[in-house]
Every structure is written in structure tokens, then in C-alpha cells.
Design a binder for this molecule. Structure first.
Ligand code: HEC
Length: 156
């Protein structure tokens, strides 16, 4: 399983325990809900296009094959790009100048991923998928480091 999928899965497990339902209409989602429900879900959907699965029958790649699948991969990358912009809204920006820069880094990585999908370039899609993950981790290390602590190497 690629590293980014593992991280995504770990975040998802950690995240859902803290989610609340029933936010009032018209108000922006709390950051934890935007992340846990919207950002994470879209990132997992985007990363799925560059995942590989290995079992007794061999290794299969989930890379886009049809024109429609490439369109979907591009759409997933563009959704992440748009979400990166949402993070810069005053309701989410904590006022630390690093926040906007880290959000812009994610925006740039997601834009590059959308370009890769538009070019139907599998290698670039994988590379930009890693870059997107790096941008998620970079921001968490600064603003929510508890999310990125390593699990123990063996089950305890
Ligand atoms: C600009 C900063 C920033 C970027 C970029 C960012 N995050 Fe976050 N993320 C946060 C912060 C801060 C929290 C902690 C929110 C809280 O608990 O209030 C968080 C929390 C989370 C959580 C836990 C949600 C929960 O239930 O509390 C998940 C899952 C998550 N992020 C996924 C992602 C993914 C996937 C990406 C990249 C595609 C990403 N984040 C990019 C700042 C960021």
C-alpha cells in the first residue's frame, strides 16, 4: 500500500472520532469537519487513481484508463485545488502567515496534479499525488502535529 494511502487511512481513523453532525446552515464548517469530511474524502478519491494493490494474483494499478476516468482524476485534483483556496478564507486562517503559504503550496500541488491528469501522464499523476500528500503533512506538522505522529512499528 503506498505511504500516502496509509497516512490518509490513519488520519481518517483519527479524524472521524472527533466529528460532529448538524452544523447550522449558512455557517462555514468548522475546520475539523472541513478536513475530516471534505478534504480527506476528496484526497482519498484523488489518491485512489495512483494506488496499486498487490495480492496472490499480482499487482494491479488503479491508474485512469478511459477518457472518462482521466476526466474524473482531473476533477478530483481540481476539487482539492479549490479546497486549498477555501482554507485561505478568514474563517479558517488563524492569522499566522505560514497558513496562507501552506495553503498556497497545496493549491500549487493540486494544480500540477490536474495538469498531469489533463496530459494523461501516469508518472506525473503519481508524483503530484505524493506532492499533494507532502503539502497536507507539512501544514499538519505546523498547525496540528498530533495528526502526524507515527504509529508504533508493531501492534502493542
Ligand atoms: C493550511 C493547513 C492545512 C492543510 C494544507 C491541510 N490541513 Fe488537514 N488539518 C489542518 C488543521 C489545523 C487540522 C486540525 C483541525 C482541528 O482539529 O480543529 C487538520 C485536520 C485534518 C484532519 C483531521 C480532521 C478531524 O476530524 O479533526 C484530516 C483527516 C485532515 N486534516 C486531512 C487533510 C488532507 C487529506 C489534506 C491535504 C489534501 C490536508 N488535511 C491539508 C490544517 C491543514
Amino acid at each position: 500500500m503506498p505511504r500516502r494511502i496509509l497516512i490518509a487511512a490513519a488520519l481518517l481513523t483519527f479524524g472521524t472520532s472527533m466529528l460532529r453532525a448538524g452544523e447550522p446552515a449558512g455557517a462555514p464548517l468548522p475546520l475539523s469537519e472541513l478536513m475530516g469530511h471534505v478534504m480527506q474524502r476528496n484526497a482519498v478519491q484523488f489518491w485512489a487513481w495512483s494506488a496499486t494493490e498487490t495480492d496472490a494474483a499480482g499487482t494491479r494499478s488503479a491508474e485512469p484508463r478511459t477518457a472518462e476516468q482521466w476526466e474524473d482524476a482531473e476533477s478530483d485534483a481540481l476539487t482539492l485545488r479549490q479546497l486549498a483556496l477555501v482554507l485561505k478564507a478568514p474563517s479558517y486562517d488563524p492569522g499566522d502567515p505560514r497558513w496562507a503559504r501552506l495553503a498556497s503550496d497545496l493549491e500549487a500541488a493540486a494544480s500540477a496534479a490536474a495538469d498531469a491528469a489533463e496530459r494523461k501522464d501516469v508518472a506525473a499523476l503519481i508524483r503530484t499525488g505524493e506532492a499533494v500528500n507532502d503539502r497536507c503533512v507539512a501544514c499538519h506538522l505546523v498547525f496540528a502535529p498530533q495528526l502526524e505522529t507515527k504509529p508504533p512499528p508493531v501492534p502493542l
